[in-house]
Design a protein around this ligand. Structure first.
Ligand code: ADP
Ligand code: MG
Length: 323
């Protein structure tokens, strides 16, 4: 059975997430009407997941619903914004009710847990693609940008690095590979670091979420800030799964190059260290100092012996070509 466009929207997406008083009009008209308080700036971000590019054909719909929203909330987290609303552009090969119910459950549960109301979208037929726009609020002038890092600032990262990349590596070799629940969750159900991002307002000098790999994403901070950095490989926070993988001869640069972790990388003026440490007990995730910003351009990674490691220029680029 396939549903009509309007039955589908009505059934799965007309009451999705947290009903908010600042939404004057949600799903059902030609546009949503949203109230932005006078002392806030509106943070707007959009990310698309395309089958065959960002996820395997046949991926379970519930985690997909979660991830489509989570990757956008991660961008809001990196700006220090509080998420408020989202829109969803769904392109579907067919309107199967079971698939849609599971997808909507994943999406709407995360929306509800994050205080987000789904206020509109678009539904079309075509190859499976999920595009979400997330809108958040941030006090005037307090958003965390990529451009504020200064020489002497400390570099931190939340959580652990490389887990999603390891899960992807294993599934890439064998779609039926046995993954632990934890490792699978790191790839399929990333946790946007929303509380951390908001707590960093007024403390961090720059922030970014790690979607394309730490080296590439920190590279964006360095470029936008006109600075360089030194990282200590031995200080990167690793899960037991990654530690075991490296002990078995896995690529030790994986935690630097792997994408999809959706952790936050941020820089901190050293004078704010005590304030940051005071926050730690209230945060849901660990944070680790992994290096320092310097004046010499570029990213240097020091191995355990203190020598600089050779790094390929990294990160995922959809339009990169071989020459
Ligand atoms: P229009 O033709 O005016 O663009 P649509 O028929 O595309 O309107 O959508 C009808 C209503 O349903 C609009 O309010 C739109 O925002 C909402 N909508 C459409 N698709 C979705 C979706 N996947 N999720 C949430 N809301 C949706
Ligand atoms: Mg439309």
């Amino acid at each position: 059975m396939s549903l009509s466009e309007f039955t589908l929207i009505d059934r799965f997406f007309s009451a999705c997430g947290t009903p908010r008083a600042d939404c004057a009009l949600g799903v059902g008209d030609d546009a949503a009407l949203l109230r932005v308080p006078a002392d806030r700036e509106l943070a707007v971000t959009q990310d698309t997941l395309v089958q065959g590019v960002h996820f395997f054909a046949g991926s379970a719909p519930q985690p997909l619903g979660h991830k489509a929203l989570a990757v956008n909330l991660s961008d809001l987290a990196a700006m220090g914004a509080e998420p408020a609303w989202a829109t969803l552009a769904l392109t579907l090969p067919a309107a199967g009710p079971a698939w849609l119910a599971a997808f909507a459950a994943g999406f709407c549960t995360l929306a509800r847990d994050s205080g987000v109301q789904l206020v509109g979208g678009d539904t079309t037929r075509g190859p499976l693609a999920l595009s979400v726009t997330a809108l958040g609020l941030v006090p005037h002038g307090q958003a965390l940008r990529r451009s504020g890092a200064r020489p002497g600032d400390l570099i931190y990262v939340s959580g652990t690095l490389g887990d999603a990349g390891l899960a992807l590596l294993r599934l890439g070799q064998d779609r039926e590979a046995e993954l632990s629940d934890e490792l699978r969750a790191r790839l399929e159900r990333p946790t946007p670091r929303l509380a951390l991002g908001q707590a960093l307002r007024g403390l961090a000098s720059a922030a970014i979420d790690v979607s394309d790999g730490l080296a590439a994403d920190l590279g964006h901070i360095l470029e936008c800030s006109g600075v360089g950095a030194e990282l200590r490989l031995a200080d990167l926070p690793l899960s037991p799964a990654i530690t075991a993988h490296l002990a078995q001869g896995g690529d030790r640069l994986l935690p630097l190059s792997a994408g999809d972790d959706y952790e936050l990388c941020f820089t901190l003026p050293p004078g704010h260290r005590a304030d940051l440490e005071a926050l730690v007990p209230r945060l849901a995730c660990p944070i680790t100092c992994i290096g320092r910003i310097g004046t010499r351009p570029g990213l240097r990674v020091l191995g355990p012996d203190g020598r600089t490691l050779p790094l390929a220029r990294g990160g995922y680029d959809h339009f990169a070509t071989a020459g």
